[in-house]
Design a protein around this ligand. Structure first.
Ligand code: CO8
Length: 260
């Protein structure tokens, strides 16, 4: 399929808006991640684009995180391919040369929170119905070390330890308080605020900012690059365990029942 990532480039500002439109909840399926990577790569190679605002076209949801169906009753080959693509998304987004701003206009659990944390700056709509966090342990699964590293780099060690062990999903004010998001705004102001923040960041010379970003993030990236293959093997052997498949099944049933 096509058109699950809508890209609008404002050439005069040098800023693109990347709107995720994998309805209903922007779950990160293999197909969606592949399309996302192609769109990001195009912008990365476009000299006319210096900044990206990442946001959602799905009502009330930024992204529901990794597509659970990609982790359930599939072949080991499929799991390996899926995980490699998740790694690739993180590597590309976390190391982007562009200024990346997340305009979090909905809930953002797990992989959705990871995507937001990859950005240089996070603005969240102050809607009490939205939440954000790495809730993996609530599904009976464990966030990989590079999810953990990304969170440590964002909110520090202690807040990460507590967040990860309890699988906490934070309301916007809580997320702001611990620094998981940088700014809260009324929902209708989120795009204009993102554009205003973007112009502040773009006032800094690209070269100096890019080298600084790389200096901050490279050690974290290098850790995954050094263990990329074993991280894939870990994921495959973890996700194929009966107990884990059972946990995912129960979690999906819980989601269904919650809906009534
Ligand atoms: N993957 C696949 N399908 C999903 C997902 C998902 N992550 N989330 C929701 N859906 C589906 C629902 O099952 C439902 O499908 P259907 O209509 O066919 O029954 C549809 O999307 C709509 O969902 P809801 O009715 O629940 O919509 P709501 O608006 O009420 O709620 C939420 C939206 C808040 C996103 C809610 O669906 C939710 O909480 N989803 C689960 C989010 C979550 O926990 N994601 C974690 C995924 S794991 C991850 O990202 C990192 C894993 C790291 C792996 C490490 C292993 C080693």
């Amino acid at each position: 399929g096509h058109g699950r990532v809508a890209v609008e480039l404002d050439s005069s500002a040098g800023v693109a808006v990347m709107k995720m439109e994998n309805l209903p909840v922007n779950s990160l399926s293999l197909d969606f991640l592949t399309e996302f990577l192609i769109s990001l790569e195009k912008l990365e190679n476009d000299r006319g684009c210096r900044g990206v605002i990442l946001t959602s076209g799905a009502p009330k949801i930024f992204s529901a995180g990794l597509d659970i169906m990609e982790m359930y009753r599939k072949s080991t080959e499929h799991y390996a391919e899926f995980w490699k693509t998740v790694q690739e998304m993180w590597l590309r987004l976390y190391q982007s040369n562009m200024v990346t701003i997340a305009a979090i206009n909905g809930s953002s659990p797990a992989g959705g929170c990871l995507m937001a944390m990859c950005c240089d700056y996070r603005i969240m709509a102050e809607n009490p119905k939205y939440s954000i966090g790495l809730n993996e342990t609530q599904l009976g699964i464990v966030a990989p070390f590079w999810f953990k590293d990304t969170m440590v780099n964002t909110i520090g060690n202690r807040a990460t330890e507590r967040s990860l062990e309890l699988g906490l999903l934070y309301s916007p004010p809580e997320a702001h308080k611990i620094g998981l998001v940088d700014q809260l705004v009324p929902e209708e102001k989120i795009q204009s605020t993102a554009a205003a923040v973007m112009s502040q960041w773009l006032a800094i010379p690209d070269h100096a900012r890019q080298i600084t970003k790389s200096m901050m993030r490279k050690p974290t990236v290098d850790r995954l690059l050094a263990h990329r293959e074993s991280d894939i093997q870990n994921f495959v052997s973890f996700i194929t365990k009966d107990a884990i498949q059972k946990s995912l099944h129960m979690y999906m049933e819980m989601l269904k029942q919650r809906r009534g």
